[in-house]
Structure formats: C-alpha cells, structure tokens
Design a protein around this ligand. Structure first.
Ligand SMILES: Cc1ncc(COP(=O)(O)O)c(C=O)c1O
Length: 442
C-alpha cells in the first residue's frame, strides 16, 4: 500500500512545538488525506477532529483547490509583488475583502499567522506615525493570548513558555490585559459566559498608567484558541472596542483561527458584531493548501499610511518575497469559491448545536473539570495529574489517535476544531472516542 520507502531516520527534522525525543521514540506519521480523514503510514484512517491545525476548514485535498493550485503552478510559478504585480494577487485581495467586515477592505498578504501579526503591529505603528503621533508605540496584548512566534507576536502574546526563553529580547513597550478564564464562575458554560465583561475595563487602568498618547494598539484573539479555547464573556469585546475608540487606540483582532467559518460566519468580528481596525488571518484563508496569511486593514488606516508621503515614495517599508505568491492566491480564490458554493460557514453554524451537546455530554467523564465551546470549537479541561502537568491530556491524545481520531491538546486541555464539512455521526465518533480514552487513562 505504501509505495514510498519507509522512513527510518527521523533525526534531521527538528520538529516545531514538539517533544522531539518523545515523538521520535514513538512517531505518528500521516501520509495522505481526503475529506474528513487522514491516512496514517500504518494504513489507518484517522478522523480529523482538529482540521489539521485549525486550518483545513473545507476538508482535505478538495479537488477544486488541488486543480487550482496545479494550474497556477504550471502557469506562473512565482512573480514578485515589490513594484510589480500579477492578476491573481488583486483578485484574491478583492475576494478576501468581500468577506471582511464593512470597511476592512485593504488586504496585505503574508505567509503565516505569525507574519500577519507582526505585519498588523507594524501597520499600527506606521498609522500613528503617519498621523503625526509617532510616540504611540506601546502595544497591549492579553495574558494567555497566542499571536504566533515572531518577536512581535510573542511580546504581545501571553503564553509563558513561549516567552520565557526569549524574555530578554521581547519588545520593550508592551503591556497585557488579564485573561478571561475563571473556572469558579464559568465552568461548563455553553457558548459565551455571562461573567467577565468587566475584565475589559482593565484597559482603562493600563491606559491611565501609560497615558493614551503612548498606546498604538490592542491585540486580542476574539476567541482564544491555542491557549485552550477561551470564549469571550458577553459584552467583553464590545467594551474593548469602546475603550479603544475613546482613546484613539487601534483594535486588532487576531482571527488566524476564527477566520473563515469557525464560528459560523466569515469572521468572529461578524459573529460578535464588533468591528476592529485590523484583522489578522492565515490558515483557512486558503484551506492551508499553501502557506499564506493576510491582514485586512480598515480603509482609513490604509489611506492614512498610503496617502502620507509623496506619490512616488514607498509608504510601508514592509513585505515578504512571497507576499501574494501566485500559487497561494489561486488556492485562496478556489477556497473562497468553495466556501461560498457549499455554504460552509452556514453549515458550521448549523452543526454548532449538535457539536455543543456532544461535547457537553462528556461532563460526567473522568477527570473533566470544564467544557467550553462556540461554533465548531470546543475545549475540555482536565484535572492535571499530580506532579505531571499535561501528561494526562497527552495520553488521551495518543489513545484517540490510536483509536482513529485526531484531537489536540495543550497543557491539560483537549481542543476540537473539525473541518466544517463534519457530519453528525463523525461528531459522535470524536466525542465517543474521547470518552473511552478518558475512561482508560489514570
Ligand atoms: C491566533 C493565532 N495567531 C497567530 C498564529 C500563528 O500562525 P502561524 O503558525 O501560521 O504562524 C496562530 C496559530 O495557531 C494563532 O492561533
């Protein structure tokens, strides 16, 4: 079945965000994928409960995207976008802009979520400088926030292990809002917790401390994914928006996970009815077929930067060789077509209730301390094993994989974010497998 030679040397690939020694002692290898399933190198179908890494929203190896990529690669393998252009870049930008909230229709292309975050932070600084407020350099993130792994992203991010090793080299002018997680008050909430709106008011304290004239932007994930699925309390994002507007601070929503249907709308901004000034995205923008990210900037932000200097001067000294890579662009256009044709965002919305009841049915399973969910995202927080944080969730993850279901874990939290094409029986399979795994670990 497997025509390729067996890989017997795993030593050269230094794996990202992986316990390399542990993995290489007992590897889990995937060799192909279709629809809702991966196929492992030992010939098993594995139901994808995580859309890869929160990114394959339309399901794997969709013919329409594969065809578009193959055609693009054979037509225009690469074209620069520095002082040059190619039609797919402009078409993809228009198509992305069409699904963004009103006004956020200026699109800067990157190759990843991390690059999108650093790009958005730099655009925020450039915007204030263009307005004559170049002293606004402070960036506000949030505890437990994940904004990728660039120096900008880990500086505004709030996940301690991602920062610790690099702490001496983080951006100097950063502060953090408190996170919104409170098990004593919000455990087992279905959807948005009603407690916690006031936590956004901490921004007033930070603004008073540093003075508004020094603050450029606030960046948050509207729903925090990588830290273990933290759903924003009701009213919280609205309050952040109000305070940012009051002080002329740009609000950035990092929608690398929530963008493109995860909550049943094109963006979390649309879902929550809160419009930021900048949106970062990546992953499902082109169904993860080719590395790609983007920043959607409000037209006012774009115009302020672009109209600031002489017409023949470069306005933003920023960009990547692969910004708007033709193959990535073609994948994005095909993906957006597919989302639209198959009404996948609406499909996600229509499956959210079933998903919610299936995950919350695990409330009585062993070690379950909290369950939280919104749209097609859910998290199950487990009691950590004494003296071995993360070990129990890791074992559940391995047992699920062996039983044919891919889940994710971070510390002692299991996370679920399946492709939006998931069927009801597959939802049952995911959570049925998790229950069995929980019942079999110590
Ligand atoms: C909210 C958020 N921002 C940024 C990133 C970083 O994206 P990438 O891994 O593509 O750099 C991620 C990745 O999961 C993310 O969830």
């Amino acid at each position: 079945m497997n025509a390729r030679p067996v890989i017997d040397d795993l030593s050269s690939f230094w794996m990202p965000f992986t316990a390399n020694r542990q993995f290489k002692a007992a590897p889990r290898l995937l060799e192909s994928a279709k629809g809702m399933y991966y196929r492992s190198t030992d010939g098993r179908d594995v139901l994808d409960g995580t859309a890869g890494l929160w990114c394959v929203n339309a399901g794997h190896c969709r013919d329409e995207i594969v065809d578009a990529v193959q055609k693009a690669l054979g037509t225009l393998d690469f074209a620069p976008t520095f002082q040059m252009g190619h039609p797919l870049a402009f078409e993809a930008a228009t198509r992305v802009a069409e699904v963004m909230p009103e006004g956020l229709d200026r699109i800067f292309f990157t190759n990843s979520g991390s690059e999108s975050v650093d790009t958005a932070l730099k655009i925020a600084l450039a915007y204030h400088r263009a307005r004559g407020e170049g002293q606004r350099t402070r960036l506000i993130g949030r505890e437990r926030g994940y904004h990728g792994v660039g120096f900008g992203g880990i500086s505004v991010g709030g996940i301690a292990p991602n920062r610790k090793t690099f702490s001496g080299a983080l951006l100097p002018s950063v502060d953090h809002l408190p996170h919104t997680h409170d098990l004593a008050r919000n455990a087992f909430t279905k959807g948005q917790p009603s407690w916690g709106e006031h936590l956004a008011e901490d921004l007033e304290r930070i603004v008073a401390l540093h003075d508004p004239s020094t603050i450029a932007a606030v960046i948050v994930e509207p729903l925090a994914g990588s830290t273990g699925v933290l759903v924003p309390p009701k009213g919280y994002l609205q309050k952040l928006r109000e305070i940012c507007t009051k002080y002329g601070i740009l609000l950035i929503f990092d929608e690398v996970i929530t963008g493109f249907g995860r909550l049943g709308k094109a963006t979390a901004s649309e879902y929550f009815g809160v419009t930021p000034d900048l949106i970062t995205m990546a992953k499902a923008i082109n169904n993860a077929a080719i590395p790609m990210g983007a920043v959607a900037a409000h037209r006012n932000v774009h115009d302020t930067v672009v109209n600031a200097g002489a017409a023949n001067a470069i306005e933003l000294f920023h960009g990547y060789t692969y910004s708007a890579h033709p193959v990535a662009m073609s994948a994005a256009i095909a993906t957006l077509d597919l989302y639209q044709r198959d009404k996948l965002f609406e499909r996600a919305a229509s499956k959210a209730e079933k998903f919610e009841s299936a995950v919350h049915a695990l409330r009585d399973a062993p070690f379950v301390k909290d369950i939280r969910n919104l749209g097609l995202v859910a998290g199950i927080e487990l009691e950590p094993r004494e003296g071995a944080p993360g070990a129990r969730a890791y074992e559940v993850f391995v047992k699920c994989f062996e039983a044919g279901v891919l889940v994710r874990y971070t510390a002692d939290i299991l996370a679920f974010s399946p492709p939006l094409i998931i069927e009801d029986d597959q939802i049952d399979q995911i959570f049925g497998t998790v229950r069995k795994a929980l019942e079999s670990v110590k």
